[in-house]
Design a protein around this ligand. Structure first.
Ligand code: PLP
Length: 375
Protein backbone atom coordinates (compact mmCIF):
# COMPACT_ATOMS: atom_id res chain seq x y z
CA UNK A 1 0.00 0.00 0.00
CA UNK A 2 1.31 3.43 -0.95
CA UNK A 3 1.68 5.79 1.99
CA UNK A 4 0.31 9.29 1.61
CA UNK A 5 2.08 11.52 4.09
CA UNK A 6 0.12 14.68 4.85
CA UNK A 7 1.39 15.46 8.34
CA UNK A 8 4.25 17.75 7.38
CA UNK A 9 3.46 20.33 10.05
CA UNK A 10 4.33 17.60 12.57
CA UNK A 11 7.56 16.60 10.88
CA UNK A 12 9.00 16.26 7.38
CA UNK A 13 11.12 13.73 5.52
CA UNK A 14 14.79 14.56 5.45
CA UNK A 15 16.01 15.90 2.12
CA UNK A 16 18.61 13.56 0.54
CA UNK A 17 20.95 16.53 -0.04
CA UNK A 18 20.68 17.48 3.63
CA UNK A 19 21.52 13.94 4.65
CA UNK A 20 24.48 13.96 2.29
CA UNK A 21 25.79 17.17 3.87
CA UNK A 22 25.42 15.65 7.35
CA UNK A 23 27.00 12.26 6.70
CA UNK A 24 30.68 13.33 6.87
CA UNK A 25 30.00 14.61 10.40
CA UNK A 26 28.53 11.26 11.41
CA UNK A 27 31.43 9.38 9.89
CA UNK A 28 34.89 10.81 9.28
CA UNK A 29 34.59 14.18 11.09
CA UNK A 30 33.72 13.17 14.63
CA UNK A 31 36.34 15.23 16.49
CA UNK A 32 35.07 17.17 19.49
CA UNK A 33 34.56 20.80 18.39
CA UNK A 34 35.82 22.02 21.78
CA UNK A 35 39.16 20.20 21.53
CA UNK A 36 42.44 21.96 20.80
CA UNK A 37 43.75 19.49 18.21
CA UNK A 38 43.15 20.25 14.54
CA UNK A 39 40.83 17.26 14.08
CA UNK A 40 38.30 19.00 16.33
CA UNK A 41 38.84 22.32 14.63
CA UNK A 42 37.18 20.97 11.48
CA UNK A 43 33.94 20.34 13.30
CA UNK A 44 34.16 23.72 15.04
CA UNK A 45 34.57 25.34 11.65
CA UNK A 46 31.51 23.47 10.34
CA UNK A 47 29.43 24.81 13.26
CA UNK A 48 30.61 28.37 12.73
CA UNK A 49 29.95 28.15 8.99
CA UNK A 50 26.45 26.86 9.73
CA UNK A 51 25.92 29.78 12.12
CA UNK A 52 27.09 32.33 9.55
CA UNK A 53 24.96 30.84 6.80
CA UNK A 54 21.87 30.66 9.06
CA UNK A 55 22.39 34.25 10.19
CA UNK A 56 22.76 35.47 6.60
CA UNK A 57 19.62 33.62 5.47
CA UNK A 58 17.57 35.09 8.32
CA UNK A 59 19.02 38.59 8.11
CA UNK A 60 20.63 38.34 11.54
CA UNK A 61 24.13 38.62 12.98
CA UNK A 62 25.96 35.30 13.67
CA UNK A 63 26.28 36.31 17.34
CA UNK A 64 22.47 36.28 17.55
CA UNK A 65 22.17 32.64 16.45
CA UNK A 66 22.24 29.78 18.98
CA UNK A 67 21.79 26.14 18.02
CA UNK A 68 19.58 24.07 20.32
CA UNK A 69 17.85 20.69 20.31
CA UNK A 70 14.68 22.10 18.73
CA UNK A 71 11.74 24.45 19.01
CA UNK A 72 10.76 23.28 22.49
CA UNK A 73 14.14 24.00 24.03
CA UNK A 74 14.38 27.34 22.23
CA UNK A 75 11.02 28.57 23.52
CA UNK A 76 11.78 27.32 27.04
CA UNK A 77 15.11 29.17 26.99
CA UNK A 78 13.58 32.41 25.75
CA UNK A 79 10.60 32.47 28.10
CA UNK A 80 12.48 31.36 31.22
CA UNK A 81 15.31 33.79 30.37
CA UNK A 82 12.88 36.69 29.95
CA UNK A 83 11.43 36.01 33.41
CA UNK A 84 14.66 35.23 35.22
CA UNK A 85 17.09 37.66 33.59
CA UNK A 86 15.00 40.43 32.05
CA UNK A 87 12.67 40.86 35.01
CA UNK A 88 9.41 40.02 33.20
CA UNK A 89 6.65 39.48 35.73
CA UNK A 90 3.75 39.43 33.28
CA UNK A 91 3.34 37.27 30.18
CA UNK A 92 0.79 38.04 27.51
CA UNK A 93 0.09 35.07 25.25
CA UNK A 94 -2.84 33.13 23.79
CA UNK A 95 -4.44 29.73 24.12
CA UNK A 96 -3.51 29.03 20.51
CA UNK A 97 0.20 28.63 21.29
CA UNK A 98 2.10 25.37 21.03
CA UNK A 99 2.48 23.47 24.31
CA UNK A 100 6.19 24.35 24.30
CA UNK A 101 5.05 27.88 25.13
CA UNK A 102 1.81 27.22 27.01
CA UNK A 103 3.22 24.64 29.41
CA UNK A 104 6.29 26.77 30.12
CA UNK A 105 4.08 29.76 30.92
CA UNK A 106 1.76 27.58 33.06
CA UNK A 107 4.77 26.25 34.96
CA UNK A 108 5.96 29.80 35.77
CA UNK A 109 2.44 30.88 36.76
CA UNK A 110 2.03 27.86 39.07
CA UNK A 111 5.26 28.87 40.78
CA UNK A 112 3.81 32.36 41.14
CA UNK A 113 6.73 33.88 39.24
CA UNK A 114 4.47 35.64 36.74
CA UNK A 115 0.91 36.71 36.03
CA UNK A 116 -0.58 35.64 32.72
CA UNK A 117 -2.99 37.34 30.33
CA UNK A 118 -4.55 35.23 27.58
CA UNK A 119 -5.64 37.27 24.60
CA UNK A 120 -9.10 37.09 23.07
CA UNK A 121 -9.29 35.10 19.86
CA UNK A 122 -11.60 35.91 16.93
CA UNK A 123 -13.83 33.21 15.41
CA UNK A 124 -11.44 32.93 12.44
CA UNK A 125 -8.66 31.91 14.84
CA UNK A 126 -6.70 35.18 14.79
CA UNK A 127 -5.62 36.69 18.09
CA UNK A 128 -7.24 40.02 18.87
CA UNK A 129 -4.48 42.59 18.50
CA UNK A 130 -6.69 45.35 19.96
CA UNK A 131 -6.85 43.24 23.08
CA UNK A 132 -3.06 42.96 22.95
CA UNK A 133 -2.75 46.74 22.87
CA UNK A 134 -5.17 47.10 25.79
CA UNK A 135 -3.31 44.48 27.80
CA UNK A 136 0.02 46.18 27.07
CA UNK A 137 -1.42 49.56 28.07
CA UNK A 138 -2.65 48.18 31.38
CA UNK A 139 0.45 46.15 32.15
CA UNK A 140 2.62 47.53 34.94
CA UNK A 141 6.27 46.40 35.07
CA UNK A 142 8.21 44.37 32.56
CA UNK A 143 6.13 42.25 30.21
CA UNK A 144 6.88 39.45 27.77
CA UNK A 145 4.56 38.94 24.82
CA UNK A 146 4.71 35.42 23.40
CA UNK A 147 2.76 34.95 20.17
CA UNK A 148 3.49 32.45 17.45
CA UNK A 149 3.98 33.42 13.81
CA UNK A 150 2.02 30.61 12.10
CA UNK A 151 -0.22 28.30 14.04
CA UNK A 152 0.78 24.66 13.63
CA UNK A 153 -2.80 23.34 13.74
CA UNK A 154 -4.86 25.83 11.74
CA UNK A 155 -2.13 27.65 9.80
CA UNK A 156 -3.21 31.20 10.73
CA UNK A 157 -0.44 33.75 10.42
CA UNK A 158 -0.02 36.57 12.91
CA UNK A 159 1.50 39.85 11.77
CA UNK A 160 4.65 39.73 13.89
CA UNK A 161 5.74 43.17 12.66
CA UNK A 162 2.57 44.68 14.09
CA UNK A 163 2.94 42.75 17.33
CA UNK A 164 6.60 43.77 17.56
CA UNK A 165 5.76 47.43 16.96
CA UNK A 166 3.17 47.34 19.74
CA UNK A 167 5.70 45.70 22.07
CA UNK A 168 8.21 48.42 21.20
CA UNK A 169 5.65 51.13 21.85
CA UNK A 170 4.88 49.78 25.33
CA UNK A 171 8.40 48.64 26.21
CA UNK A 172 7.62 44.90 26.26
CA UNK A 173 9.83 42.02 25.17
CA UNK A 174 8.59 39.89 22.27
CA UNK A 175 9.12 36.15 21.74
CA UNK A 176 7.65 34.55 18.65
CA UNK A 177 7.46 30.81 18.09
CA UNK A 178 8.36 30.77 14.40
CA UNK A 179 8.82 27.00 14.16
CA UNK A 180 6.21 26.74 11.40
CA UNK A 181 7.65 29.61 9.36
CA UNK A 182 11.46 29.39 9.57
CA UNK A 183 12.30 27.54 6.34
CA UNK A 184 8.88 28.42 4.89
CA UNK A 185 8.88 32.20 4.83
CA UNK A 186 11.46 34.88 4.06
CA UNK A 187 12.86 36.51 7.21
CA UNK A 188 14.84 39.67 7.64
CA UNK A 189 15.38 39.83 11.37
CA UNK A 190 17.24 43.14 11.16
CA UNK A 191 13.94 44.70 10.14
CA UNK A 192 11.71 42.65 12.46
CA UNK A 193 11.01 44.06 15.90
CA UNK A 194 11.41 40.81 17.84
CA UNK A 195 13.69 39.75 20.71
CA UNK A 196 13.48 35.97 20.36
CA UNK A 197 12.47 33.63 17.55
CA UNK A 198 12.69 29.85 17.30
CA UNK A 199 13.20 27.29 14.54
CA UNK A 200 13.32 23.54 14.13
CA UNK A 201 15.07 21.76 11.26
CA UNK A 202 12.69 18.80 11.08
CA UNK A 203 9.87 21.11 9.95
CA UNK A 204 11.69 21.94 6.70
CA UNK A 205 13.31 18.65 5.63
CA UNK A 206 16.19 18.81 8.09
CA UNK A 207 17.03 16.43 10.94
CA UNK A 208 15.08 16.05 14.16
CA UNK A 209 16.77 17.35 17.31
CA UNK A 210 18.33 20.43 15.69
CA UNK A 211 16.86 23.82 16.49
CA UNK A 212 17.53 27.51 16.51
CA UNK A 213 17.13 30.28 19.01
CA UNK A 214 17.63 33.82 17.77
CA UNK A 215 18.33 36.28 20.56
CA UNK A 216 18.44 39.91 19.51
CA UNK A 217 21.85 41.44 20.18
CA UNK A 218 20.37 44.00 22.58
CA UNK A 219 19.14 41.27 24.92
CA UNK A 220 21.26 39.27 27.37
CA UNK A 221 19.96 36.17 29.10
CA UNK A 222 21.82 33.48 30.99
CA UNK A 223 21.95 29.83 29.88
CA UNK A 224 19.07 27.43 30.34
CA UNK A 225 21.36 24.40 30.23
CA UNK A 226 24.49 24.63 32.38
CA UNK A 227 27.76 22.77 31.88
CA UNK A 228 30.59 23.33 29.41
CA UNK A 229 30.79 26.69 27.69
CA UNK A 230 29.45 25.63 24.29
CA UNK A 231 27.39 27.99 22.13
CA UNK A 232 29.24 30.95 23.65
CA UNK A 233 28.18 29.93 27.14
CA UNK A 234 24.50 29.91 26.22
CA UNK A 235 23.85 26.22 25.70
CA UNK A 236 26.11 23.67 27.32
CA UNK A 237 26.70 20.18 25.96
CA UNK A 238 28.86 18.75 23.18
CA UNK A 239 27.43 20.16 19.98
CA UNK A 240 25.15 18.15 17.72
CA UNK A 241 27.51 18.84 14.81
CA UNK A 242 25.71 16.82 12.12
CA UNK A 243 22.36 18.23 13.30
CA UNK A 244 23.69 21.79 13.10
CA UNK A 245 25.17 21.16 9.64
CA UNK A 246 21.82 19.63 8.62
CA UNK A 247 19.91 22.62 10.00
CA UNK A 248 21.97 25.07 7.96
CA UNK A 249 21.83 22.98 4.79
CA UNK A 250 18.06 22.49 5.08
CA UNK A 251 17.55 26.22 5.60
CA UNK A 252 19.78 27.03 2.65
CA UNK A 253 17.80 24.68 0.38
CA UNK A 254 14.45 25.88 1.68
CA UNK A 255 15.44 29.51 1.11
CA UNK A 256 16.85 28.92 -2.37
CA UNK A 257 13.70 27.11 -3.50
CA UNK A 258 11.21 29.10 -1.44
CA UNK A 259 9.32 30.73 -4.30
CA UNK A 260 8.92 27.57 -6.37
CA UNK A 261 8.16 25.29 -3.42
CA UNK A 262 5.72 27.63 -1.71
CA UNK A 263 3.67 28.28 -4.83
CA UNK A 264 3.60 24.54 -5.61
CA UNK A 265 2.51 23.66 -2.05
CA UNK A 266 -0.09 26.46 -2.07
CA UNK A 267 -1.49 25.00 -5.31
CA UNK A 268 -2.00 21.63 -3.58
CA UNK A 269 -3.75 23.27 -0.63
CA UNK A 270 -5.96 25.37 -2.95
CA UNK A 271 -6.81 22.30 -5.01
CA UNK A 272 -7.86 20.37 -1.92
CA UNK A 273 -10.01 23.29 -0.72
CA UNK A 274 -11.67 23.51 -4.11
CA UNK A 275 -12.30 19.75 -4.25
CA UNK A 276 -13.80 19.73 -0.78
CA UNK A 277 -16.03 22.71 -1.50
CA UNK A 278 -17.40 21.16 -4.68
CA UNK A 279 -17.58 17.50 -3.69
CA UNK A 280 -17.93 17.29 0.11
CA UNK A 281 -19.76 20.46 1.16
CA UNK A 282 -20.56 19.08 4.64
CA UNK A 283 -16.92 19.73 5.46
CA UNK A 284 -16.03 23.25 6.53
CA UNK A 285 -12.67 24.75 7.43
CA UNK A 286 -11.07 25.84 10.69
CA UNK A 287 -9.09 29.07 10.70
CA UNK A 288 -8.56 31.81 8.15
CA UNK A 289 -7.93 29.14 5.49
CA UNK A 290 -7.94 31.35 2.42
CA UNK A 291 -6.78 34.52 4.14
CA UNK A 292 -3.71 35.07 6.32
CA UNK A 293 -2.78 31.41 6.40
CA UNK A 294 0.30 29.27 6.01
CA UNK A 295 0.37 27.53 2.60
CA UNK A 296 1.37 24.27 4.28
CA UNK A 297 -1.62 23.70 6.58
CA UNK A 298 -5.30 22.90 5.98
CA UNK A 299 -7.59 22.18 8.92
CA UNK A 300 -10.97 20.61 8.20
CA UNK A 301 -14.06 20.57 10.36
CA UNK A 302 -15.99 17.35 9.89
CA UNK A 303 -19.52 16.62 11.14
CA UNK A 304 -19.41 14.00 13.86
CA UNK A 305 -21.05 10.68 13.13
CA UNK A 306 -20.35 7.07 14.09
CA UNK A 307 -18.40 6.75 10.87
CA UNK A 308 -16.47 10.01 11.01
CA UNK A 309 -15.39 9.39 14.62
CA UNK A 310 -13.24 6.62 13.19
CA UNK A 311 -11.91 8.88 10.44
CA UNK A 312 -8.25 9.17 11.49
CA UNK A 313 -8.09 5.43 12.09
CA UNK A 314 -9.70 4.66 8.74
CA UNK A 315 -7.36 7.10 6.98
CA UNK A 316 -4.45 5.41 8.70
CA UNK A 317 -5.63 1.99 7.51
CA UNK A 318 -5.80 3.45 4.00
CA UNK A 319 -2.15 4.56 4.36
CA UNK A 320 -2.97 8.26 4.83
CA UNK A 321 -1.15 10.16 7.59
CA UNK A 322 -3.11 13.14 8.96
CA UNK A 323 -3.52 14.60 12.40
CA UNK A 324 -6.39 15.42 14.72
CA UNK A 325 -4.74 17.84 17.07
CA UNK A 326 -1.85 17.68 19.50
CA UNK A 327 -0.67 14.15 20.04
CA UNK A 328 0.84 13.34 23.40
CA UNK A 329 3.96 11.20 23.62
CA UNK A 330 1.93 8.01 23.66
CA UNK A 331 0.52 9.04 20.31
CA UNK A 332 -2.99 9.22 21.78
CA UNK A 333 -5.06 12.06 20.41
CA UNK A 334 -5.99 14.49 23.13
CA UNK A 335 -8.11 16.67 20.86
CA UNK A 336 -7.13 20.09 19.71
CA UNK A 337 -6.60 22.75 22.38
CA UNK A 338 -6.38 25.25 19.52
CA UNK A 339 -9.81 24.52 18.04
CA UNK A 340 -11.29 24.33 21.55
CA UNK A 341 -9.97 27.83 22.21
CA UNK A 342 -11.81 29.58 19.39
CA UNK A 343 -14.42 27.30 17.87
CA UNK A 344 -15.52 24.60 20.30
CA UNK A 345 -18.15 22.37 18.70
CA UNK A 346 -18.86 18.94 20.21
CA UNK A 347 -20.56 17.95 16.96
CA UNK A 348 -17.57 18.42 14.70
CA UNK A 349 -14.14 16.81 14.46
CA UNK A 350 -11.02 18.72 13.40
CA UNK A 351 -8.59 17.02 11.01
CA UNK A 352 -5.36 18.62 9.85
CA UNK A 353 -3.69 17.90 6.53
CA UNK A 354 -0.30 19.52 6.01
CA UNK A 355 1.66 19.53 2.78
CA UNK A 356 5.24 19.63 1.57
CA UNK A 357 7.13 19.78 -1.73
CA UNK A 358 7.07 15.99 -2.06
CA UNK A 359 3.25 15.73 -2.11
CA UNK A 360 1.37 15.38 -5.35
CA UNK A 361 -2.03 16.30 -6.68
CA UNK A 362 -2.95 12.66 -7.23
CA UNK A 363 -2.44 12.09 -3.50
CA UNK A 364 -4.98 14.81 -2.80
CA UNK A 365 -7.37 13.08 -5.21
CA UNK A 366 -6.97 9.82 -3.31
CA UNK A 367 -7.60 11.54 0.02
CA UNK A 368 -10.77 13.13 -1.36
CA UNK A 369 -12.04 9.70 -2.46
CA UNK A 370 -11.34 8.31 1.01
CA UNK A 371 -13.01 11.22 2.73
CA UNK A 372 -16.13 10.62 0.63
CA UNK A 373 -16.04 7.00 1.76
CA UNK A 374 -15.30 7.58 5.47
CA UNK A 375 -17.59 10.51 6.30
N1 PLP B 1 6.29 25.14 18.10
C1 PLP B 1 5.54 24.77 17.07
C2 PLP B 1 4.59 25.75 16.45
C3 PLP B 1 5.61 23.46 16.57
O1 PLP B 1 4.84 23.09 15.55
C4 PLP B 1 6.51 22.56 17.19
C5 PLP B 1 6.60 21.16 16.72
O2 PLP B 1 5.77 20.35 16.94
C6 PLP B 1 7.30 23.02 18.25
C7 PLP B 1 7.17 24.31 18.68
C8 PLP B 1 8.28 22.11 18.93
O3 PLP B 1 9.39 21.92 18.12
P1 PLP B 1 10.41 20.69 18.38
O4 PLP B 1 9.70 19.46 17.94
O5 PLP B 1 11.58 20.99 17.50
O6 PLP B 1 10.76 20.71 19.82
Amino acid sequence: MERIYLDNAATTAIDPEVLEAMLPYLQEHYGNPSSIYSYGRETRLAIEQARKSTARLLGAHPAEIFFTSGGTESSNTAILGAVRDLGCKHIITSQLEHHATLHTVEHLALRKEISVSLLNVHTDGHVDLMDLENQLKGSGGKTLVSLMHANNEIGNITDIHRVGDLCKQYGAYFHSDTVQTVGHFPFNLRETPVHFITGSAHKFHGPKGAGLLYINENVRISPFIHGGGQERNMRAGTENVYGIVGFAKALEMATTNLETDSSYIQSLKSYMIQQIKSRIPVISFNGDTEGRSNYTVLNLSIPKSEKSEMLLMNLDMAGICASGGSACTSGAQTGSHVIRAFKPDPNRIPVRFSFCKYNQRREVDQVIERLLEFI
